[in-house]
Design a protein around this ligand. Structure first.
Ligand SMILES: *Cc1c(COP(=O)(O)O)cnc(C)c1O
Length: 244
């Protein structure tokens, strides 16, 4: 990087440098404990509020999957990012914003309704592409969160499987804030079971490849329950200025 970094950017790069190896080590340890190969687990950097220069520093250091939450933020950063990392959308997506991101990401992890899937399919059809998607599951049935309820997921998968230009590749969730680790484990176990059960049903055009769960505070538990994408923000880049 030749551009001069601001103080905030320098601090975030330092935070990253001090924590990246440690996170990778913790992922590897959790895999070992679970009897899994660490190569199975993708560490996605959740980059909301993180400046482009810092994201590029992370990419140069080896991060190869990044995810944004907000359409506006994604659009304002996209041109400045190094092209080598795989780009995901992981935040709440409104139907009318799909058109802005279909060409910018290779996976939308937060598909929360049939209406949204239908719109992604329609726009991808026009553009002659196929979008990989994950279905977001509201595992805790929280009012404040979007996502399919656990009981809706299978029928949603079957419905979306008929669409030609989206491909269901798995599930994602953000569990409720839990009082204790037992409660957290229950939620991860629910999603993991759903993932396995749906794969076992061999729905045409659907393969359950990615189970995206686990963030800074709980990625080790998620890995113990089979997660193969963990989405890490705070632990990699430090605290954010705004919540979410
Ligand atoms: C912010 C965010 C993360 C990362 O959260 P941290 O606790 O900062 O690691 C993961 N997934 C989604 C969907 C997010 O919005």
């Amino acid at each position: 990087m030749t551009e001069k970094l601001s103080n905030e950017e320098i601090l975030k790069c330092q935070w990253f440098d001090e924590n990246y190896e440690d996170i990778k080590r913790r992922i590897a340890e959790a895999c070992k404990k679970a009897g899994r190969d660490p190569k199975e687990v993708i560490m996605l950097a959740a980059t909301k509020t993180v400046p482009t220069a810092v994201i590029n520093h992370a990419i140069e250091s080896g991060v190869d999957h990044i995810g944004e939450n907000r359409v506006q933020e994604l659009l304002s950063k996209k041109d400045g990012l190094l092209p080598s990392a795989h780009r995901h959308f992981i935040g709440h997506l409104q139907t009318n914003k799909v058109k802005d991101i279909v060409d910018e990401v290779e996976m939308i992890q937060s598909v929360h309704s049939l209406k949204l899937a239908t719109e992604i399919n329609k726009l991808c059809q026009k553009r002659g592409k196929v979008m990989d998607i994950l279905l977001e599951v509201n595992v805790g049935n929280e009012e404040s969160k979007s996502g399919f309820s656990v009981s809706e997921v299978e029928s949603a998968v079957r419905e979306i499987a008929k669409m030609t230009n989206v491909k269901v590749k798995g599930l994602m969730c953000i569990p409720p804030i839990c009082e204790n680790v037992q409660e957290l484990r229950q939620y991860f176990a629910i999603l993991s079971k759903l993932f396995i059960d749906i794969e076992a049903k061999k729905v045409d055009n659907v393969s359950m490849v990615y189970l995206s769960m686990g963030m800074s505070g709980d990625f080790e538990e998620a890995i113990m329950h089979g997660a193969n994408i963990v989405r890490i923000g705070t632990s990699l880049f430090g605290p954010r200025n705004y919540n979410k």
